[in-house]
Design a protein around this ligand. Structure first.
Ligand SMILES: Nc1ncnc2c1ncn2[C@@H]1O[C@H](COP(=O)(O)OP(=O)(O)OP(=O)(O)O)[C@@H](O)[C@H]1O
Length: 265
């Protein structure tokens, strides 16, 4: 078919981060970080505990004090407020899931939908590169049948894995140019980790994902590319395969020995 991946114009990165630094409580925790996220697939951000992965995502969103450049589809957004960046199509699934515990699953999802017309150009026309609002809802229902069944259940009574699904579903209900997903498998049982990874793999076919992930099996399943951070700096970027096939490099960059699959959380 003419619409194959190769036929697309040369992929421009959806997100470019150039010389990004972030400060928290007066201390610089991300130093001069630069990397690109291609317009398809999953790019994983890896690194030991506390090296600045979450802060990098938060700096991209303008949630922490930052300097440097962030470009979305080639347009600088680092001077913009977080709400504006989000409306341009940067979806965020934070580490702590942030569901509204007292609301039902259906209410959580309804609240998350950015109103058509309040968003970017494509959103105003009602149809986007990732479908209409109705098509996105259909995708979410297909991806999360368990949430459809539990529509009336209060989100606070869901398991960790189910709450993660609510959080992902909320992000997928909106038109996004990119999803920033922070440690979606943290604290989940192995079987649920696999389930979340499979769901993300399907979601990533519709939207590029920048994923912070400590489980290297999940990285192997999902990511084409990796960005490794150490002490707030990028120390390695490249194909995921290249890193994962090199136990010595994995040990040196992530402190993970042969046979282990988790970077220290
Ligand atoms: N609210 C805060 N107040 C003070 N220091 C903070 C705060 N949030 C993060 N930091 C510090 O910033 C640094 C980077 O933290 P960050 O959470 O970005 O790392 P991380 O790589 O995502 O870690 P983890 O893998 O443990 O989630 C750490 O040294 C952390 O202690």
């Amino acid at each position: 078919m003419s619409g194959s991946r190769q036929a697309r114009p040369a992929e421009k990165p959806v997100l470019e981060v150039r010389g990004l630094s972030a400060r928290i409580a007066g201390q610089e925790v991300v130093h001069d970080v630069s990397f690109e996220v291609p317009a398809s697939g999953v790019t994983a951000v890896l690194g030991r505990n506390g090296v600045g992965k979450t802060s990098t995502l938060r700096a991209i969103l303008g949630l922490v004090e930052r300097s440097g450049e962030v470009l979305l589809d080639g347009v600088r957004v680092d001077g913009e407020r977080t709400d504006r960046i989000v409306r341009r199509g940067v979806g965020y699934v934070p580490e702590d899931r942030e569901v509204f515990a007292g609301l039902t699953v259906a209410e959580n999802l309804r609240l998350a939908e950015r109103r058509a017309g309040s968003g970017g150009r494509a959103e105003r026309s009602g149809t986007t590169a990732h479908g209409t609002t109705a098509e996105r809802r259909e995708l979410v229902d297909a991806l999360f049948p368990d949430l459809v069944k539990r529509a009336g259940q209060r989100a606070g009574t869901l398991s960790g894995g189910q709450q993660q699904m609510v959080s992902l579903a909320r992000a997928l209900l909106n038109e996004n140019r990119i999803l920033l997903v922070d440690e979606p498998t943290k604290g989940l049982a192995p079987r649920i980790v696999t389930e979340v990874a499979e769901t993300l793999a399907t979601a990533a076919q519709t939207v590029p994902v920048l994923l912070v992930e400590q489980n290297l099996q999940v990285v192997e399943r999902l990511a084409e590319r990796v960005v490794v951070i150490d002490a707030g700096r990028v120390v390695h970027t490249g194909p995921a395969r290249e890193l994962l096939d090199d136990p010595e490099l994995v040990q040196r960059l992530l402190g993970v020995s042969a046979g282990e699959t988790e970077v220290a959380r």
